[in-house]
Write a protein of this length. Sequence first.
Length: 318
Amino acid sequence: QEEKLWDTMKITAYVLGTGLLIFTALMNSVSWYLGNIWDTSGHFWQTTWLKFYYLFDGKEWTIFLFGAALVPSLAFWGFNGILMVADVTGKPTFITRYRIQLGKNDPVDSKRLRQAIYTALCNQFFISLPMLVPMFYIMKRWGNTFSKELPTFHWFLVELSIFTLIEEILFYYTHRLVHLPLLYKHIHKKHHEWTAPIGVVSIYAHPLEHLLSNTLPVMTGPMIMGSHIVSITAWFSLAFITTSISHCGYHLPFLPSPEFHDFHHLKFNQCYGVLGLLDYLHGTDTVFRQTKAYERHRVLLSLTPLSESIPEAPKKAE
């Protein structure tokens, strides 16, 4: 037990150290240029925020619901609405030609899709939304969430890095937890009904799993940091869209690669995390690294589908 605890502490220290090094490199390169752009437009964003703040007469609960619930939900359903059109109709071909698991969900079963939408909506309204109530009062204790002054761009990058690191750690370990045989059978199996996932399946899960693995890892970072509502809105929207991309089933140009999590749905016991760092440290991506999917696990910078440029090896004749 002591040896396992020590190994866990070393892994955690390694992850945190790596995250800090990556963040430092980011701060010294790209962020400098983006910061200059942000600073030149800072007056515009600050003025826009104040107009919005006074539009709601400074009513913090209304502002919080708008920023933490409505905007991210619109981002989620807007993005997934486009994907669902492609899933159901097979058009536009600009999207469907980038399908990862060829021949799957072509088209998606309408009955299963309705069930996924219903479950996703239930999780949003009956799990995520009530969780915003305790989060609101935690944020109010910090006193910065509804400040009339926006955070600086560099501080937002600091927060974004910390949010991502916290989400990676919490999601990885809670995800592995629900893969234990007993919990998998009664909880996580629902999510894995989709071996070839689609975007809306990102929150198609048992209510307990949605609370433990989907909601808490995303909410914890802002609660620890006492973040501004604008930062929370941006983070929640980004989290919704990235998890939708991870589940969408299409490896689209210029977007993050969904190959990693798509492989998890295909094989179940590989690729538990978001970034893949903890999977590498724990050896839960060894099979994935030996596949064509691993070769395709990169940002597509051309219009040629990776399923064509890096096809699966032909099956041997029996």
